[in-house]
Design a protein around this ligand. Structure first.
Ligand code: ZN
Length: 322
């Protein structure tokens, strides 16, 4: 039990990455149980859920709804399995429901356009291949797929015995949502607001993805201030209540990184060259993809801000200070 007044339990599930866990939540109400986020679709996740269900004597029909914060495999992945197990509806924001169709069920269009994006931004061909393959490896963690019910920003949903507002917080994904109980000031923040690490902000290929995700993220981060929440229950790391401080820290982090990246771009550098300077050298291909997409998100932010310009040469883009 992590927050008794709302009946919220934390279900910590393992991940096979350097970030080794995801916190899902199970919420007990007078009519049954509701889940928030699902984990990857793999055996270790199923074992984690089954253990929790046994400990709390939860039958499949006790599970009334599954709410997701965003489409990434460690949040969405196991929702289809949980839906088959319980028959419960699976809810996600409208924008991210669309991403699931396009990225996890698509005909490799995402992978082709990611390949092109990374090549055009200076990543060597052999590295591109391994990096794009790391996305391909994630797709298996998303099946079976869930039948989704979509949520709109501002909508109020009942989870357990209490009401939560759906808050659209784009940045980490274009359609990321948080669930906020105003009475208690409790925010189920997903990956939007994390205590120890900064949320990954990635530029995705421009097939409908937002062209300036970092700007979205910083706006959505600022908008959390006005909620005056008292407790954040994040999807990675421990719950925390120093919310104002954490928002300021994250803003400082991104401002510092923007300056660092601008300096690296200097008189002209590709996103890949900048990425290699800014991030540690021993990254797995899975991590390199995050690092490259994060570098691009910062570079395009600076470009839209008029601080950098893009120069094309032989099909490769370089950024330089204006
Ligand atoms: Zn995520």
């Amino acid at each position: 039990m992590i927050y008794e007044p709302l009946g919220i339990y934390k279900v910590k599930l393992p991940l096979p990455f350097r970030l080794n866990h995801v916190n899902c939540h199970a919420i007990k109400g007078s009519q049954g149980w509701w889940l928030v986020d699902a984990g990857l679709s793999r055996e270790a996740t199923l074992n984690g859920w089954m253990q929790f269900f046994e400990e709390h004597n939860i039958k499949p029909s006790d599970i009334k709804g599954i709410y997701l914060t965003h489409f990434h495999p460690d949040h969405y992945g196991c929702s289809g399995w949980l839906q088959n197990y319980s028959g419960a509806p699976v809810y996600i924001g409208q924008i991210d429901a669309d991403r699931i169709d396009r990225y996890w069920k698509g005909e490799n269009n995402l992978l082709n356009s990611l390949d092109t994006l990374f090549r055009e931004n200076g990543m060597p061909g052999n590295v591109v291949k391994e990096t794009v393959d790391s996305v391909n490896n994630l797709i298996r963690f998303t099946s079976p797929h869930a039948e989704l019910t979509t949520l709109q920003a501002g909508q109020v949903v009942t989870i357990g015995d209490f009401k939560y507002q759906v808050i659209l917080t784009p940045g980490h994904t274009d359609g990321h949502i948080c669930y906020y109980n105003r009475e208690h000031g409790v925010l189920l923040s997903g990956d939007h607001l994390l205590p120890e690490i900064s949320s990954n902000i990635s530029l995705w290929p421009q097939t409908g993805a937002d062209p300036n995700p970092l700007d979205n993220f910083l706006c959505a981060l600022d908008s959390i201030r006005s909620l005056k929440c008292k407790l954040v229950l994040p999807a990675h790391g421990k719950p925390f209540s120093t919310i104002e401080e954490r928002i300021s820290e994250l803003e400082d982090h991104h401002q510092a990184r923007l300056q660092e990246i601008k300096a690296c771009a200097g008189g002209g550098a590709t996103a890949y060259q900048v990425c290699k300077q800014v991030f540690r050298q021993d990254l797995s291909f899975h991590e390199l993809r995050f690092a490259m997409a994060e570098t691009l998100a910062h570079l395009v932010y600076l470009m839209y801000n008029g601080e950098l310009e893009v120069v094309q040469k032989e099909g490769v883009s370089s950024f330089r200070i204006v």
